[in-house]
Write a protein that binds this ligand. Structure first.
Ligand code: F6P
Length: 328
């Protein structure tokens, strides 16, 4: 096979923001796809801070071996306040120039993409890969890590259900999602929750939770599972309100960061691998300021400014289905 001519000779790859299972698979795919095309890859450690400080590691095909099945990120990650400043960005540009980095692949969520956009405005080619368990990047239907996080939460909640059923209790489970309820809604559907609280909801507590529990009791159920997204309300407060209003004695479980770890599912590994390949393809063809995206099951890429301007509401079809499932 004849090697294609690439627009870049050396690129960097970094992970930034909250980690997500499948990030390693994405790094691996970037490295392997780049090397396949004759492009060198430098790992930038600790997110955008690493680009500011020149915190780097040379990556070859061997250095990403046995990582596709590992959670976390081999490149470490961080949220960088300094990179949000002009001074920080100029330091990052200087690092790129010093190292001869002609392109950067940035793997993370919306904060990561705001950084990527800033860097591309300074003349460095940048491509973003969406990876966040919140699945809240509007321009893509899917973000790496969501499926693994959902399955982790589901496994935990299935276990909780056993004991809640035995003791005929009400369980309040808080899942991650500071600003978005995609994970809570999806998990709620999968575990057969009695009620789900998401930050996007406009329903009052009475309709969203109390009425659902009351209905369930009237229909003969004696245990109840309430799934609360982190951003929709404090689980302890939800529990107290239920105690005050309908005299149940709920038990609270906050799943927390356990949802961010673990062996990535097939969906996350394969999506990460496809997205990593696509990111390198964009840079090799001279593209910049792009986000790799899955839209209607098609792998594509869109302009970062356009992508960041989009808004992702809660899935209406899933909400309607949940309403039917919890309304009986
Ligand atoms: O990565 C997204 C996320 O997991 C959110 O769901 C959560 O609110 C936040 O990160 C937690 O961030 P940290 O790791 O800083 O506690």
């Amino acid at each position: 096979m004849t090697k294609q001519k690439n627009a870049v000779r050396r690129i960097g790859v970094l992970t930034s923001g909250g980690d997500a299972p499948g990030m390693n698979a994405a790094v691996r795919a970037v490295v392997r796809s780049a090397i396949f095309r004759g492009i060198e890859v430098i790992g930038i450690r600790r997110g955008w801070n690493g680009l500011i400080n020149g915190d780097i590691v040379k990556l070859d095909e061997k250095s990403v071996a046995h990582t596709i099945n590992r959670g976390g990120t081999m490149l470490y990650t961080a949220r960088s306040a300094e990179f949000m400043t002009q001074e920080g960005q100029l330091k990052a540009v200087a690092t790129c120039k010093l190292l001869g980095l002609e392109g950067i692949v940035a793997i993370g969520g919306d904060g990561t993409f705001r950084g990527a956009r800033a860097l591309s405005k300074h003349g460095i080619s940048v491509v973003g890969i969406p990876a966040t368990i919140d699945n809240d990047i509007a321009c893509t239907n899917y973000c790496i890590g969501f499926d693994t996080a959902a399955n982790t939460a589901i496994e935990c909640i299935d276990k909780l259900r056993d004991t809640m059923q035995s003791h005929e209790r009400c369980s309040i489970v808080e899942v991650m999602g500071r600003n978005a309820g995609h994970l809570a809604l999806y998990v709620g559907l999968a575990v057969g929750a009695t009620a789900v609280m998401v930050p996007e909801s406009t329903e009052d507590f009475e309709t969203e939770v109390i009425e659902k529990i009351r209905n369930a009791r009237l229909n003969g159920f004696t245990h109840y599972m309430v799934v609360v997204a982190e951003g929709a309300g404090n689980a302890m407060e939800v529990s107290q309100r239920i105690r005050d209003e309908i005299a149940l004695d709920p038990r609270v479980t906050v799943l927390g960061h356990i949802q961010r770890g673990g062996i990535p599912t097939a969906r996350d590994r394969v999506t990460a691998t496809r997205m990593g390949y696509r990111a390198v393809d964009i840079l090799a063809n001279g593209g910049t300021n792009r986000i790799v995206a899955l839209r209607n099951s098609v792998m594509c890429d869109i302009d970062i400014d356009e992508g960041l301007a989009e808004h992702k509401g809660i899935d209406q079809e899933e909400t309607t289905v949940l309403e039917a499932m919890t309304g009986v």
